[in-house]
Design a protein around this ligand. Structure first.
Ligand code: FDA
Length: 583
């Protein structure tokens, strides 16, 4: 009937999770419809920090250059500032996001892509535009109402909010990327742990020229420690750059157990001037809202043909900038699996691995984001202001850190330790790119995962152990230079071997044809199109030259063999069948 529209995948939501899922599915040639309740994408900047793993994913999707063209560059993200107010005394500073000279090399060595800072208002339209250009049917002002599922598909009831017309979209699969208050997640009764609304926050967006306070210490974050800053919010007061150096977002907390503050233009201006520390600062208010901090994650992400991704499965404060990043990475994990099943290359069992692989990540990042908020308390403790009962006492105690006394010296030592400890939020490359999957879509090589030699949250340790992300190395030849990540395309599987591993490559074509999948064999070596020019690949591949590393479309290692085997064709056939959940 005309009231039923059919598609392969219906995506509810056009935020970071939804628009990236649409993009990845369209890149795979999978028909999809994306609906969103509103007439356009995010209307406030919200998430900004785009970490290396997400930039790699966007690079694979062919839009990294479009994102960089609109982003604030990495170099300006840097000097995280702690202060009494932006114009007031500075408490301390620390280079972040890999800009500390001793960390910069770690970031450059780990990935072809550096972090950048792009407000959600600019990132979402880029993903949505490219998805739509490549095939996604994008429907604005269209609301998800309910669904039912059966053995062949999902029937979704939707409402066109412009016309009031209700209709049904029949899809093989449904993705609920409808945010923290996800109706899809509620409808499939996803099990959740933790609590919502555990702290109160307000966001205020505004324009003001603050270049004189920022340009010499460029940073996306200016943390303010003044009376009231240790209540609710993100752990301290925050002035967050939206565009350098004239557009900003303030996060300021309030006691969730008390009466919510009355937020109007005058109150917003008062909060801004208080945090900036300029009594008559000229400001243009762009918007404000109240919101609740959450610490909640889903422990299972799927029911039958319905999957949830993004804030629908992990709800947490913006600390550490993990929200949008993790949402995009969820979609990247799910999209190739849906594509493989829809193309008939994989069994349904592969879809179960989405939950197995991503639920632990949801738990990890929700806990991490909330710990990042909690790690401000030692700073307040070191400053000696935690127990201040009045604003006057707070201001008075802030001076303790300057005292010429043994107590003053002890405070200064504790303060520096507490500020350095914020590396777990701001220089935590391990947390950001070190995700590890254990599921039936990863086949063991019989070994054990190498122990971390450094703190795994702060430092990323490269390894080709199955389940880990493919290490980045620059490869190339006389004409070209590219990353291992550039040749392992997101549209299929890739195997890497060396000259004496040629038999793996010879077997690959046959295996690909036999299974009806895309499997590209990359032989790296002297005189070939792909050379290990810097020797970096040899140092980090962890297998012999005649061994093999099999990479999944999401660039996690699916399997590896340290040496050539007697029958590489059968070995690859068996491993890929197992990963793809084929009988
Ligand atoms: P998101 O919430 O972005 O998108 C949900 C989508 O679903 C929207 O398109 C919506 O229209 C749609 N939708 C919902 N219900 C629907 C229905 N019934 N039918 C159809 N469509 C429906 N993170 C961070 O890392 N740094 C930060 O600074 C901030 N700041 C911040 C401020 C504020 C005010 C908020 C609300 C959030 C943040 N965040 C943040 C969190 C960050 O924005 C969040 O992690 C991502 O937007 C999550 O992306 P999703 O795509 O999962 O959901």
């Amino acid at each position: 009937t005309p009231n039923i529209v059919t598609t392969n995948v219906l995506i509810v939501g056009s935020g970071p999770a939804g628009s990236s899922a649409a993009l990845f599915l369209s890149n795979q040639g999978i028909e999809n419809i994306m609906i969103t309740k509103y007439r356009w994408t995010a209307n406030t900047p919200r998430a900004h920090i785009t970490n290396q793993r997400t930039m790699e994913v966007l690079r694979d999707a062919g839009i990294e250059d479009q994102v960089l063209a609109e982003a604030t560059p990495h170099e300006l993200m840097g000097d995280t500032v702690y202060c009494e107010s932006m114009a007031g005394e500075e408490i301390g500073r620390r280079p972040t996001w890999g800009l500390r000279p001793d960390r910069r090399a770690d970031y450059e060595l780990a990935s072809p892509s550096m972090p950048c800072d792009i407000p959600q208002t600019l990132l979402e339209p880029i993903m949505l535009k490219n998805a739509t250009m490549r095939g996604t049917q994008t429907q604005f002002s269209t609301e998800y109402l309910s669904h039912t599922q059966d053995a062949e598909g999902v029937s979704v009831q939707v409402l066109n909010r412009l016309t009031g017309h209700e209709y049904t979209i029949r899809a093989k699969y449904l993705i609920g990327a409808d945010g923290a208050r996800s109706k899809v997640a509620a409808d499939i009764d996803l099990p959740m742990e933790g609590a919502m609304d555990i702290g109160g926050s307000m966001n205020i967006t505004f324009k003001a020229d603050l270049a004189h306070l920022a340009a010499h210490r460029p940073s996306i974050l200016y943390w303010v420690f003044n009376p009231g800053s240790n209540i609710g919010g993100l752990g301290a007061g925050l002035i967050r750059m939206v565009r350098p150096w004239n557009e900003w977002l303030i996060c300021w907390g309030f006691d969730i157990n008390g009466e919510p503050p009355v937020l109007d233009n005058d109150e917003a201006i008062r909060v801004i001037r208080n945090l900036v520390g300029i009594e008559d600062l000229e400001v243009e208010i762009l918007g404000y809202s109240l919101w609740g901090n959450n610490e909640q994650y889903a422990t299972h992400l799927q029911k039958g043909r319905v999957f949830c991704a993004g804030d629908a499965i992990h709800k947490h404060p913006p600390s550490h900038g993990l929200g949008s990043n993790t949402s995009i990475q969820d979609a990247y994990n799910l999209a190739w699996k849906l594509a493989a099943v829809i193309k008939g290359q994989a069994g349904h069992e592969l879809l179960e691995t989405y939950s197995v692989e991503r639920a632990p990540v949801a738990k990890q990042i929700v806990t991490r984001a909330n710990d990042s908020g909690r790690e401000y308390k030692p700073i307040f403790d070191a400053l000696g202001v935690t127990d201040a009962t009045t604003d006057e006492e707070f201001v008075q105690k802030l001076k303790l850190r300057k005292e010429n006394s043994p107590e003053g010296a002890a405070r200064r030592k504790a303060l520096r330790a507490a500020l350095d400890n914020k590396d777990y939020e701001f220089n935590a490359q391990g947390t950001e790119i070190g995700q590890f999957y254990e599921s039936s879509a990863v086949v063991s090589d019989g070994g054990t995962r190498p122990e971390s030699t450094q703190d795994p949250m702060l430092h990323h340790q490269k390894s080709t152990y199955p389940g880990l992300r493919l290490p980045h190395a620059w490869l190339g030849d006389r004409d070209l230079k590219f990353s291992t990540h550039d040749i392992a395309k997101g549209t299929g599987f890739t195997l890497f071997t060396g000259i004496t591993g040629q038999a793996w490559a010879d077997a690959a074509a046959e295996v690909a044809a036999g299974l009806g999948i895309e499997l590209v064999a990359v032989v790296i070596g002297e005189g070939l199109e792909v050379q290990d020019l810097y020797g970096d690949w040899m140092h980090q591949r962890e297998v012999e030259e005649d061994g093999v590393i099999l990479v999944r479309p999401d660039k996690h290692i699916g399997w590896r063999s340290h040496r050539m085997v007697a029958d590489p064709r059968s070995a690859l056939f068996e491993v890929l069948s197992s990963i793809l959940g084929r009988p």
